[in-house]
Every structure is written in structure tokens, then in C-alpha cells.
Write a protein that binds this ligand. Structure first.
Ligand SMILES: C[S@@+](CC[C@H](N)C(=O)[O-])C[C@H]1O[C@@H](n2cnc3c(N)ncnc32)[C@H](O)[C@@H]1O
Length: 265
């Protein structure tokens, strides 16, 4: 029997977990400083989907571009794109993550539209209301990614692009008992698609809840890449990247990050 009851409120749990990470100034919640914004205003800027730089041709001049930063709050990327001249909207589940963007916008005089919500439901946005969706590593927090791709396709104009990143599902299959990693071993334990809600035992769920960690999902490549294609996108760019330093044994042997550039023709 799954350790989590069907009545579990995933969105409330993950929102609270991300609010906590934001208050603790975690790595995805450290707002950029005014020098970064000043440089972006002068044309010196970068944003990231993976730890390495974005391929240069994936995002050219963003002046006047209507960009949706999807599940990308934290005061890190959206304010930079706004300072570079884009018309930026951020949609994120966590009020505290959005507060980081609000802080940078107020401090440095940037116009940012901030929306609190779930990445699977973009119904507040009209069809074709964006030129670009920028969606860095976040779809591991929802149990299904197909609705995200469908919604991204709908809100993009024809000729628009979706830049997204996500985990290779292989990172989800191994037993996380540190005793294995301590011996340089990997024990396959979980199947893909992986779900914290159904695959973890009671002790692991209790530990996650006690530590206030968000619940995670490991999606198949059929959902990640096939799902984008099924939504109507044409794949135009693909990047794989190693996590360094590796957090799990498997990351010593294969890239865990995938980034894609997809077009709505
Ligand atoms: C790794 S962080 C990405 C933001 C990071 N500052 C960046 O620029 O890459 C993941 C983000 O996903 C958000 N998130 C988690 N579940 C979500 C959901 N269901 N809908 C929208 N955002 C969500 C979190 O609040 C968090 O801000």
C-alpha cells in the first residue's frame, strides 16, 4: 500500500517546501544583486537551463520579447531577462519564491508580472500570449508533464519557442541508502516513471516530511520528449550535461541534465 494517502495535498506540501527553501536562501532562491541587473541593462547577461551556459543561438536578442518564466521564480533569471529588455511574466507555485523576484524588481526598478499558480494550469493566459517559454528544471515536482507541454504550446505564438530542462529519469531508479554509495555501488530499486507518492516507504515519506522536502516525480523520456512532440512542438535543440560535483553515484557516469529547445511552427 502506498505510504501517502490519496487525500495528500501535493501542491500545498510542495508550495510550503519551496517557501521554506526560499526563506532559507537555498541555491535556487538567491536573488541576483544590483550589479547583475546593471550589467544586463548594458547587454551583458546570461540565464541558465542547466549548470552550463545556454547555447548562444537558443536565446538571441530578447528586447520586447514576451517571455513566460515557468516555475522559475527565485529572483535569479526572470529579473535578468527583464533587465535585458524582455516583457517578463513569472508563474510559480511558491509565494516566497515569487517574493524574491518582487524584491529585485522593486529594488532595481524592473517591470515584472508575477503570478502564483501551478505549471500545469496556464488558463489565466490567453492563447498565443507569449513569444518564449523559459522553463528550467522544475517538472520533477508534478506527477504528469504532458499537461505542462500542452499548456506551453497553447500560450505560445506560432514561431515561438519553449526552452526547458529536466532530469534524465535514470537518476531516479537507484536505492538512496547512503550505504550503497559509500561502497561505490548502485542498487536499482525504482521503476520509471518514478513517484515519491507511490514508491517511497513510510519511513522515507516521514523523513521527507520532517525535513520539509518537496515530493518528486521521475518522468520517462517518452513523457518529456515524446510529450513535447505530441503537444505539437518540433524539437530544434538538445543538450545533455553532467552534474558536477555528482550528488548520486549514477551522476559520475552519465549526464543527469537534459535541456531542449522546441518550436511551435
Ligand atoms: C529549481 S527551482 C527553479 C527556479 C530557479 N530559481 C531557476 O531560475 O532555475 C524550481 C521552482 O519550481 C517551483 N514549483 C514547484 N512546483 C511547482 C508547480 N506545481 N507549479 C509551478 N511552480 C512550481 C518552485 O516553487 C521553484 O521556484
Amino acid at each position: 500500500m502506498p505510504a501517502i494517502p490519496s487525500s495528500f495535498d501535493l501542491l500545498a506540501h510542495n508550495a510550503a517546501a519551496w517557501d521554506r527553501q526560499a526563506r532559507a536562501d537555498g541555491p535556487w532562491s538567491q536573488a541576483v544583486d544590483s550589479a547583475v541587473i546593471a550589467a544586463a541593462r548594458q547587454g551583458r547577461w546570461h540565464v541558465r537551463l542547466t549548470p552550463g551556459p545556454l547555447p548562444a543561438h537558443w536565446l538571441g536578442d530578447v528586447t520586447g520579447m514576451r517571455i513566460l518564466c515557468l516555475a522559475a521564480a527565485g529572483g535569479q533569471q526572470a529579473p535578468v531577462l527583464a533587465a535585458a529588455g524582455a516583457d517578463v511574466t513569472v508563474l510559480d507555485l511558491s509565494a516566497e519564491q515569487l517574493a524574491k523576484d518582487a524584491l529585485v524588481a522593486a529594488r532595481d526598478g524592473l517591470a515584472l508580472t508575477l503570478e502564483q499558480g501551478d505549471m500545469r494550469d496556464l488558463s489565466r493566459f490567453a492563447d498565443q500570449s507569449f513569444d518564449l517559454v523559459f522553463h528550467p528544471i522544475a517538472n520533477q515536482y508534478v506527477p504528469a508533464v504532458e499537461p505542462v507541454w500542452d499548456e506551453c504550446y497553447r500560450v505560445l505564438r506560432h514561431g515561438g519557442a519553449l526552452l526547458s530542462s529536466f532530469f534524465n529519469p535514470a537518476v531516479f531508479i537507484t536505492d538512496r541508502d547512503p550505504a550503497y554509495a559509500g561502497q561505490g555501488l548502485m542498487r536499482p530499486r525504482y521503476q520509471v516513471p518514478y513517484s515519491d507518492l507511490t514508491d517511497l516507504d513510510e519511513a522515507a515519506v516521514a523523513a521527507k516530511q520532517a525535513q520539509g522536502q518537496p515530493m518528486l516525480f521521475g518522468h520517462s523520456l517518452a513523457s518529456q520528449i515524446g510529450g513535447q512532440i505530441a503537444a505539437g512542438f518540433v524539437l530544434a535543440g538538445f543538450v545533455e550535461e553532467m552534474q558536477t560535483p555528482a550528488r548520486f553515484e549514477i551522476e559520475k557516469f552519465m549526464p543527469s541534465f537534459i535541456a531542449t529547445r522546441s518550436l511551435k511552427l
